[in-house]
Design a protein around this ligand. Structure first.
Ligand code: FUL
Length: 635
């Protein structure tokens, strides 16, 4: 080989090896999920089954003195229970093996107050086993709820009880195969039967159970099980039993303290921190949204006409799973030991809608171009990974590119009303805010925005839109992007007709906030999101371009709907304009009683006016805090 050829081959060898080498992946950002939490991400819809003596005494919380002979579900049918739940699209079941009344649904060696003392299967039954086996048969995961508070046990309050509680957990985690979640409620201590003492026993929730040692026992016996508690360690309580997560709902969380325990008035205390999580929180600890298909957790005959409809469940799916939390829906069997027909029918309808909707990703076939691809390395970080239905393969940008854009061109104009986004959470929760636009009438129109993406984010539009070209703009991120999924869906027409959640049906697709950056949440037609001003000085103005001239009869202000009354506006002025220069005042006044009753405030303007622009001038908030707006409309 002569020298020239040799050098040439050396050069070729060098360049090929350099250029085919994978560009290093982005560095992970912040707290990261563990393997169990990663596995949970695609299994985030599961059911609670509350069943026990309360079902027969018609109570929500048994005192602990209930006679086990009352526990007699004559037609108990674990298959029917599991089948009904499976038809709802649920992927697992968590059974109340022991609720606060202390009655155990399995033949435990730790207490007499258990199923062997009941007529069920002539005292030979094991309901935990029956439900577990039915779960295996139908391919559902199986989990256990074991209440730490025990109003039956004479030992409650002493060390001996904690030992007994640990033994109960050990039995459940040793004899019933693989368990996917262990659920500890936070209701603890108070009055009870306590073996006949009938007294109040208060315990120190921060020390009594020695939670870290219980978690260690659980991890040892079932390493793959997620542990749920008010503050984790794997999944956190969302802070309400009403069936929604905040918006945003970060998957990272820094609890106010590491001491578990919520007051016995469980459900009435709404922890703002839990509901929204913590941006850049210390721990990866996604929220779990537990709520019931009926007003109560246990079955009560007089609630047979108060079962949530499929539409209602569908709305709550978006408010939980759609916000990056899990949906833990309670479906309590009746006194026969079956899922009541209304519950079962509604579940099936919900499951069908869910399946029909998400099995047809309308983004498939799209051509996606990105303003930046990490190291120009299409092979490893290209946009094709956004459509491959793999939550961990992803499109990434260069380290210094934090606000890239995607242009999505569908094969033809398609109609959708749901957008799904996912980040590769193995690299943390990275994106703060993004916006989606569609191309219509030769220009881009803002469609929707979202804060906090994480493992799953669903944006549901108030109206269906048809578009061929879509633009995704990352507005804020502290680091480069690692997005793994972009999907579009169209919910069945019947659901759209029935949706009650989005009160405003007026399209704001062409609307823009003129004078404030990142304020799209106040015109996103979603009452569960809100914009909050950065300042608490007054007056402040919000100027809106409605895209074209309209006749306005009234305007409306909806304050935040998340249960917090911070920053509700109570004095305003309202102006209109046709050129953004000259403004005419058409209304002025106050929103009376907004603190006690923060509902939609609709103000009619004496004489209808024509305008393209309006300005909402905020003069005051009821508590002097930074003003909030969930929705601003003019009609
Ligand atoms: C709470 C309990 O007090 C309720 O009865 C119910 O079991 C709910 C899921 O957890 O802590």
């Amino acid at each position: 080989m002569n020298k020239a050829i040799f050098l040439n081959s050396l050069f070729l060898l060098f360049t090929t090896s350099v250029f085919s080498q994978k560009v290093p992946p982005p560095r992970p950002y912040g707290a990261l999920p563990n393997q169990n939490q990663l596995d949970w991400q695609e299994n985030n819809i599961y059911a609670f089954v509350h069943f026990g003596l309360n079902t027969f005494t018609n109570k929500e919380w048994g005192y602990g003195d209930e006679d086990p002979s009352l526990f007699n579900p004559k037609d108990f049918d674990a298959d029917q229970i599991v089948r009904s739940i499976k038809q709802g699209g649920f992927k697992g079941i968590i059974l109340t093996c022991k609720h606060h009344d202390g009655f155990c649904l399995w033949p435990t060696k730790t207490t007499e107050h258990n199923i062997t003392q009941s007529p069920f299967r002539n005292g030979k039954g094991d309901m935990v086993k029956e439900v577990e086996e039915a779960c295996r048969k139908y391919g559902l995961k199986f989990g256990v709820y074991v209440s730490p508070w025990d109003r039956n046990s004479p030992k409650y309050g002493t060390e001996a009880y904690v030992k007994m509680y640990r033994a109960q957990i050990a039995e459940l985690l040793s004899n019933y195969g693989s368990v996917f979640e262990v659920w500890h409620d936070g209701a603890n201590g108070g009055d009870g039967y306590y073996g006949g003492a009938r007294e109040t026993r208060n315990i120190d929730r921060s020390t009594y159970y020695n939670w870290p040692s219980i978690w260690a026992l659980e991890k040892k016996l079932q390493p793959q099980a997620l542990i749920f508690g008010d503050i984790g360690p794997d999944l956190r309580w969302v802070g309400t039993e009403k069936g929604f997560a905040g918006d945003p709902c970060w998957q990272t969380y820094t609890p106010e303290s590491r001491i578990p325990g919520k007051p016995p008035t469980n459900g009435t205390i709404l922890s703002k921190v839990a509901i929204n999580g913590t941006r850049n929180g210390k721990y990866w600890m996604p929220a779990e949204v537990d709520f019931s298909i009926r007003p109560g957790w246990f079955w009560h005959k007089d609630e047979n006409n108060k079962v949530r409809s499929a539409t209602d469940l569908w709305n709550h799916y978006f408010l939980s799973v759609g916000h990056g939390a899990s949906m833990l829906l309670n479906i309590p069997p009746d006194t026969d030991g079956k899922i009541y027909k209304t519950d079962s029918i509604n579940l099936k309808e919900f499951g069908d809608i869910l399946y029909k909707t998400i099995s047809n990703n309308l983004a498939i076939g799209a051509k996606i171009t990105a303003s930046n691809v990490r190291g120009k390395d299409q092979k490893h970080y290209g946009t094709k990974f956004l459509l491959d239905n793999n939550q961990f393969s992803y499109w990434a940008t260069d380290d210094q590119v934090h606000t890239p854009q995607l242009l999505i061109t569908l094969p033809e104009a398609r109609t959708f009303d749901i957008i799904r986004l996912k980040e590769n959470t193995k690299l943390g929760q990275r994106i703060d805010t993004l916006a989606i636009d569609i191309w219509q009438n030769n220009q881009w129109h803002f469609l929707a925005g979202a804060s906090s993406i994480g493992s799953n984010r669903l944006i549901r539009l108030a109206n269906k839109v048809t578009a061929k070209r879509i633009r995704l703009r990352i507005i804020k991120s502290p680091v480069c992007i690692a997005l793994s999924d972009f999907a579009l869906f169209s919910q069945p027409k019947i659901m759209v007709d029935k949706i009650t959640n989005n009160k405003s049906n007026m399209s704001k697709a062409n609307w823009q906030v003129l004078n404030i950056d990142n304020a799209h949440l106040l015109i996103d037609n979603n009452e569960n999101t809100f914009w909050q001003s950065k300042a608490a000085n007054f007056p402040q103005e919000v100027k809106i371009d409605m895209g074209n001239e309209r006749t306005i009869h009234s305007f409306s202000y909806l304050p935040r709907q998340d249960g917090s009354n911070v920053g509700n506006i109570d004095q305003y002025k309202f102006y209109i304009s046709n050129d953004k220069q000259h403004w005419q005042e058409v209304a002025e006044g106050e929103f009376g009683n907004i603190q006690s009753n923060p509902i939609l405030q609709n103000i009619s303007i004496g004489k209808p006016v024509k305008a393209r622009y309006f300005c909402f001038k905020i003069l005051h908030t009821a508590d002097g805090n930074k003003p909030n707006i969930a929705e601003l409309s003019a009609q």
